[in-house]
Ligand binder design. Structure first.
Ligand SMILES: Cc1cc2nc3c(=O)[nH]c(=O)nc-3n(C[C@H](O)[C@H](O)[C@H](O)COP(=O)(O)OP(=O)(O)OC[C@H]3O[C@@H](n4cnc5c(N)ncnc54)[C@H](O)[C@@H]3O)c2cc1C
Length: 388
């Protein structure tokens, strides 16, 4: 029997990689700490939610995972309302590109829960351990154990130890911004609309969530300057909730009425990061390989795109080549270069464009948004691009 492929990291990207490999008949071992997931309770929602693109949804459906998800906790996004920091405004509707949905909002825990069930169903060996270093023809783990492997997949997120141990070139730029997330109670139904404001104090998104027993609900992702986030997080919970409710009412009261905070508030530092995605016998996927600004809600989608491409490359390789052969891995590197660069350029570019407060720039960017809003073919292209 040949040595297994080792996947390090059991976030959504690592679990998807292990599941996909095992479904494709490739012997796989998952190495990651088995942290328990909070048990599911009615009316309690995981603070971390993702906007999944149609391409990610199709991939999860192909892996048999989509139908295992609790459909009551998935919210389809049918339209997007984007506001600039002056008169700019863009409305995107799924029907403009003959789609039914632009995206789906889903909780991180829910996705992890079904992926864990699926890897168990496919009998993937999961070692409750951590990658420590490379050993002769394989990896050594924190427990002292070692495993021979022709290919090691680094899926352990932004702090990837696999990436560091393999000496893979990596570029990291902290934005000096934090992503502040929480769930909000709103007066009026969101009607499947995601809202985004490019405001003077950051980029603020409301993602539609399931109604609770007593109110309508949206999830907040606010990319705000780090010092402002530090001040906010230093307040006690009641003062923080009051401050958020007041500020958000000014912004969104017109669309959603009164707003209040309904869960704990978290803040994540934001980075723009990218690396060479391969080395002999090593490949990176997900945040281990790249991190983008969350303004387009595409980080996880990019990671799932990596997994899809890696599976394709490994399944279609010549039978005489090892999965860790650089000729095989270079195909993955080539295929992912363009989509990763494009996403980084768009998200980083928009972040920079809206960070400038000079009046001529404010005027031009808002006029640009008005122009886009009047061009159906540009909107169609935007929707089709985001779907991929
Ligand atoms: C505020 C915010 C909002 C976002 N919103 C969206 C969105 O709407 N849509 C979207 O697509 N993306 C979004 N993203 C991006 C998304 O969160 C990430 O891209 C995604 O979670 C990355 O998943 P991952 O599995 O690669 O890494 P992680 O989720 O970081 O998982 C890494 C795993 O590796 C394990 N690990 C760590 N060290 C080791 C080791 N030594 N050995 C073994 N295992 C190890 C960890 O325990 C963890 O389970 C957002 C990001 C932020 C900050």
């Amino acid at each position: 029997m040949s040595d297994p492929i080792v996947v390090c990291g059991a976030g959504i990207v690592g679990l998807s990689a292990a599941l996909g490999l095992s479904r494709a008949g490739l012997d796989t071992v998952l190495v990651a700490p088995k942290q328990p997931l909070p048990s599911k309770a009615p009316g309690v929602y995981c603070p971390r939610v993702y906007a999944l693109s149609p391409a990610s949804q199709r991939f999860l459906a192909e892996q048999g995972v989509w139908d295992m998800l609790d459909q009551q906790r998935i919210t389809p996004v049918e339209s997007m309302q984007i506001y600039g920091d002056a008169s700019g405004q863009v409305s995107l509707n799924a029907w403009q590109a003959a789609h039914q949905e632009l995206a789906w909002i889903i909780e991180s825990d829910e996705l992890e829960r079904v992926l864990r069930q699926a890897v168990q169903l496919f009998r993937v060996t999961w070692l409750d351990d951590r990658f420590d270093n490379f050993a002769q023809r394989g990896v050594s783990l924190a427990s002292g154990k070692s495993i021979s492997a022709p290919l090691v997949i680094g899926a352990e997120g932004g702090q990837s130890v696999v990436r560091q141990a393999a000496g893979i070139a990596h570029h990291s730029k902290p934005y000096g911004y934090a992503g502040v997330v929480t769930h909000l109670r709103v007066d009026r139904p969101h009607q499947g609309t995601a809202f985004q404001w490019f405001a003077s104090d950051g980029i603020i998104a409301f993602l539609p969530m399931p109604d609770t027993s007593d109110a309508h609900q949206v999830s907040l992702v606010w990319s705000m300057p780090q010092d402002q986030a530090d001040t906010l997080m230093a307040l006690d919970a009641a003062a923080r909730a009051e401050w958020l409710a007041l500020r958000l009412k000014v912004l969104a009261g017109h669309d959603l009425g009164t707003i209040s905070v309904r869960s704990a508030v978290y803040a994540f530092p934001l980075f723009c990061e990218y690396s060479d995605m391969v080395a002999p016998g090593v490949v990176l996927v997900g945040d281990a390989a790249h991190r983008v600004h969350p303004l387009a809600g595409q980080g996880l989608n990019l990671g799932l795109g990596d997994v899809q491409e890696l599976l394709h490359v490994l399944v279609s390789k010549e039978s005489y080549r090892s999965p860790g052969d650089m000729r095989v891995l270079s195909r993955y590197r080539r295929a992912r270069a363009e989509p990763v660069l494009a996403m980084r350029t768009v998200t980083d570019g928009l972040h920079r464009l809206f960070a400038v407060q000079a009046p001529p720039v404010v005027m031009v960017r808002n006029l640009g948004m008005q122009l886009v809003d009047r061009l159906p073919w540009v909107k169609r292209r935007l929707i089709q691009g985001a779907s991929r």
